[in-house]
Design a protein around this ligand. Structure first.
Ligand code: R5P
Length: 285
């Protein structure tokens, strides 16, 4: 087996190769002066089962993934497994208004042209995987987040909305703490209204968990609500730290005491690794 690390996922792919005890090859990716992607696998032969680790977000990483698929195929890959830690466009999984594309499906149809298996991590809607005709599975990051917070004094795990409550439950089970969810109403793309959870948060060390932090609107509103209720400390953890529109800066300067995410998107707070879980999923196949 050979792990090829795309430019979006260098740390994670190296760790994955280490866990799987297999060869690691870093794709040499640069940009032409006009911004187009150039990539090269600096290895003569890949007549082995190849795992490419690369996000399909932001858009430029999608092109790199397509080019890497072609490059490893030409070098003789016996099979190609695409590990997509953050699957871009998963939130556009259906037609909301006439005239729109089914973006998540478009992505799957293009990606599977040169791939034998797909692994995603906490994909926004698991139903998206049905668009792949090859085997595809989604790895849940909750065990990695749960293990990280074991023994760190968390009294309560909260989901900012009902959609995230299953995740909160799994993480709470690891920690051995109760869990609950808040009520969220989305007002606009950046603004949400959050109502309190039923459990009393006063004086408690609360951990809020979600799948994605994008603009940070959801987490900021949840933290403000918890602050009003008198929570003693507020920790935030998510799988994918997208942090659009300077969200990381806004969150770190807010009522949030600690902020962490998984390394599906590598950034300065992506200290929880999902590589061991991805390795397990690969070994199971
Ligand atoms: C919503 O369904 C998701 O689970 C997240 O809560 C949402 O994507 C977060 O977005 P934002 O950070 O922009 O509020």
């Amino acid at each position: 087996m050979i792990v090829v690390g795309g430019s979006s996922s260098r740390d994670m792919s190296k760790e994955l190769a280490m866990i799987l005890e297999c060869k690691y090859v870093q794709a040499a990716t640069t940009r032409f002066p006009d911004g187009e992607c150039y990539t090269r696998i600096e290895d003569d032969l890949m007549d082995d089962h190849v795992i490419i680790v690369q996000n399909t977000y932001p858009d430029e990483n999608i092109i790199e993934m397509f080019l890497l698929q072609d490059a490893v195929k030409r070098l003789g890959a016996k099979s190609i497994t695409c590990v997509i830690p953050y699957y871009g466009y998963a939130r556009q999984d259906r037609i909301f208004k006439p005239g729109e594309p089914e973006s998540a499906k478009v992505m799957a149809q293009r990606l599977e042209l040169l791939c034998d298996r797909v692994i995603t991590v906490d994909i926004h809607k698991e139903a998206v995987l049905r668009w792949f005709h090859c085997p595809a599975k989604d790895v849940k990051a909750a065990p990695a987040i749960g293990k990280y917070f074991q023994g760190r004094g968390i009294d309560l795990v909260l989901a900012p909305d009902i959609g995230a409550s299953e995740r909160a439950k799994m993480i709470a089970n690891y920690i051995g703490a109760p869990y609950d969810h808040m009520e969220k109403v989305r007002i606009s793309g950046t603004e949400v209204r959050i109502s309190p959870a039923e459990i009393d948060c006063r004086g408690k060390s609360v951990l809020i968990v979600d799948d994605i932090i994008s603009t940070g609107g959801t987490i900021l509103a949840a933290c403000e609500e918890l602050h009003k209720q008198g929570a003693a400390s507020i920790s935030v953890a998510c799988t994918h730290g997208v942090f659009a529109n300077n969200a990381l800066k806004r969150l770190t300067g807010s009522t949030v005491d600690s902020l962490l995410c998984c390394n599906t998107l590598e950034n300065e707070v992506s200290n929880i690794s999902v590589a061991p879980l991805v390795a397990e999923a690969i070994k199971e196949w």
